[in-house]
Design a protein around this ligand. Structure first.
Ligand code: CP
Length: 307
């Protein structure tokens, strides 16, 4: 595998290999000296055209802990703000002798286009409403640590499906790993064509959250992406929370062993109550921690050949 552009790039064996390597990488986090020599002499550029806290900092930490040279370039403060095109920016950066490009972009498909322009390995760090494959990997890693093998586990993904790149990557990867998936959303936030995809791939879709809750091993709550909404997808925030929020009342219906996930950043009080985000079943900070280990593993698998 030269690039990681989509969760569809990962076979089951390959996904499990990345998750298993991430287990070893996670140990580094607890060492006094957080450094492995695996990517010494390699250069990774994090090219972020959209805001990020978790993904950008975890890719930076991951690269540094593997001894790569890591450079961060964001749209703000670069020549992008002077009108430079994506192609010119990418070719400029690549000309400096870069081995890996980690790209977040507001346009779906941008990382795939970049991969056609450069020789460097390209990692999709979130493109528009399309995909976020390393998020799906860190989600699977977190679930696996809490629940064991994901084969046959029931994962409900709840909320703003229409604007979510996380859901698409999770659908692809969780299907590959053998999990059962139910998508839950109000009719206005169900992507068009999802019924055909559900029928073809064998996952369930519903507008009713409450009947699903007692059957899940994982409740993955998605952020309501207000910045991507141009119209009214629900009447009031209160109406959304009543129908689809993981509220204190709904926590009582969630099985004791179930895991609460959220890719972040959270809208506390809208899609997830503070009680749910902060209780023992919540794996939200575990997901953040896993992000470093999984991204170390991805960089190692893409760039770890002989320098
Ligand atoms: N989950 C996620 O991609 O978060 P950031 O936008 O903070 O990177």
């Amino acid at each position: 595998m030269k690039h990681l552009l989509s969760a569809a790039d990962l076979s089951k064996d390959h996904a499990l290999e990345i998750l298993d390597t991430a287990e070893q990488m996670h140990d580094v986090q607890h060492r006094d000296v957080k450094k492995l020599p695996a990517l010494r002499g390699r250069t990774v550029v994090n090219l972020f055209f959209e805001d990020s806290t978790r993904t950008r900092s975890s890719f930076e930490i991951a690269g540094k802990w593997l001894s790569a040279d890591v450079i961060n370039v964001s749209a703000k403060g670069s020549s992008v703000s002077k009108g430079e095109s994506l192609r010119d920016t990418v070719l400029t950066v690549a000309s400096m002798g870069v081995d890996g490009l980690v790209i977040r972009h507001h346009a779906s498909g941008a990382p795939a286009q970049v991969a056609r322009w450069v020789d460097a390995a390209v990692v999709n760090a979130g493109d528009g409403t399309h995909e976020h494959p390393t998020q799906a990997l860190l989600d699977a890693y977190t679930m696996r640590r809490r629940l064991g093998d994901l084969e046959g586990k029931h994962v409900a993904i709840v909320g703003d499906l229409t604007h979510s790149r996380v859901v698409r990557s999770n659908l692809l990867l969780l299907h590959t790993l053998g999990a059962h998936i139910t998508l839950v959303a109000p009719p206005t936030l169900m992507p068009s064509g999802i019924a055909d995809w559900a029928a073809a791939e064998g996952f369930a879709i519903t507008n009713e959250f409450d009947p699903v809750l007692p059957t899940v091993d994982v409740a993955m709550m998605l952020r309501v992406q207000k910045e991507r909404m141009s119209g009214g997808y629900f009447s009031t925030p209160r109406e959304y929370t009543v129908g689809y929020g993981l509220t204190r009342d709904r926590l009582r219906k969630l099985p004791e062993h179930a895991v609460i996930c959220h890719p972040g950043p959270m809208n506390r009080g809208l899609e997830i109550a503070a009680d749910a985000a902060d209780e023992a079943r919540s794996a939200i900070l575990d997901q953040v921690s896993a992000g470093v280990a999984v991204r170390m593993s991805v960089l190692y698998h893409l760039l770890g050949g002989n320098a």
